[in-house]
Design a protein around this ligand. Structure first.
Ligand code: KMH
Ligand code: ZN
Length: 284
């Protein structure tokens, strides 16, 4: 995509929970429906416009069961104007068939990872057939995908996906670089910029996140290069050296502050909905 299309404001996504950390180890992780909604409200007030959701069951374990997903979508949608994005990645142990059922919960957006990748000691599976099935389902249901890119090869796979399946619902193509996962693309400005340079011209916006200690360098690099931001406890549990994150709001507020200093203040939810061409499913 061309630098001329750099946005004047910053889309801040919050990914508050993820599937990897245990509530027992990280009590501040929002895992109940009440905690998720409280987090969503606080993060919207702090500058987030999109929430990337993984849900937990009553034992705080990651789940893709429909009732929990629907409860989260309805709860956040009723309480905020955030774009509600459900993870279709789930946990690395989730079967592909189960991950394909996520769109039944009627989200505004869904993640769509553009290929298989190392994921720490495990493997995050995203075979081509799964990507195509999920993409076609999103197109049919008018759900806007966020293409997750963990590897430079995923950028090339996105090219193939667009060639084979066309554009998403709404015509906008938004991608998110997930950098710093052990074994995947490193969380460095150099790797991020290499990915940005490879983006197909159909891409209309991109964001980036850095896992763990890559968090702040990637915030700075993405803002400098005209990108948007994803922050949250799915990706980073430390606010600073020796100081755990107490609430997702802190990460959103800091990202909003840095973006404002960089003259690209946080996007409103209305601007974000327009930027990503989100179909309005709000009921309030
Ligand atoms: N939890 C990871 C295995 C996504 O949400 O789509 C996958 C992930 C990506 O978090
Ligand atoms: Zn996720």
């Amino acid at each position: 995509m061309s630098p001329a299309r750099t946005a004047a404001s910053t889309l801040i996504t919050v990914a508050p929970t993820g599937a990897e950390s245990a509530k027992a180890d990280v009590p501040a992780l929002p895992t109940t429906p009440e905690e998720l909604v409280e987090t969503a409200i606080a993060c919207e007030q702090a500058g987030a416009a999109l929430i990337h959701i993984h849900v937990r069951d009553r034992e705080h374990q990651p789940t893709l069961e429909a009732a929990f997903l629907e409860e989260a979508v309805v709860g956040v949608r009723e309480a905020t104007d955030l774009i509600v994005q459900l993870s279709t990645g789930g946990a690395i142990t989730d079967p592909l068939e189960k991950r394909l059922t996520v769109l039944d919960a009627n989200p505004d957006s869904c993640s769509l990872t553009c290929g298989t990748t190392n994921f720490g000691d495990g493997v995050f599976l995203n075979p081509w057939g799964f990507m195509v099935d999920l993409y076609r389902q999103a197109q049919e249901r008018q759900v806007v995908p966020e293409f997750e890119l963990f590897e430079l090869g995923h950028v090339h796979a996105l090219r193939r996906l667009i060639d084979e399946c066309g554009l998403p619902y709404g015509g906008k193509v938004h991608v998110d670089f997930v950098t710093g996962v052990p074994g995947a693309m490193p969380g460095t400005p150099q790797a991020l910029l290499a990915g940005v340079a490879m983006l197909p011209p159909e891409v209309t916006s991109w964001s980036a996140t850095g896992i763990g200690r890559a968090h702040l360098p990637i915030v700075a690099a993405a803002l400098s290069a005209g990108g948007h931001l994803r922050v949250g406890m799915e990706d980073n549990l430390m606010y600073a050296k020796g100081r755990p994150v107490a609430h997702n709001r802190e990460l959103v507020a800091r990202a909003a502050e840095i973006a404002t200093v960089m003259q690209r203040p946080p996007m409103t939810t209305a601007q974000a909905r327009e930027t990503l061409a989100i179909r309005d499913r709000r009921t309030r």
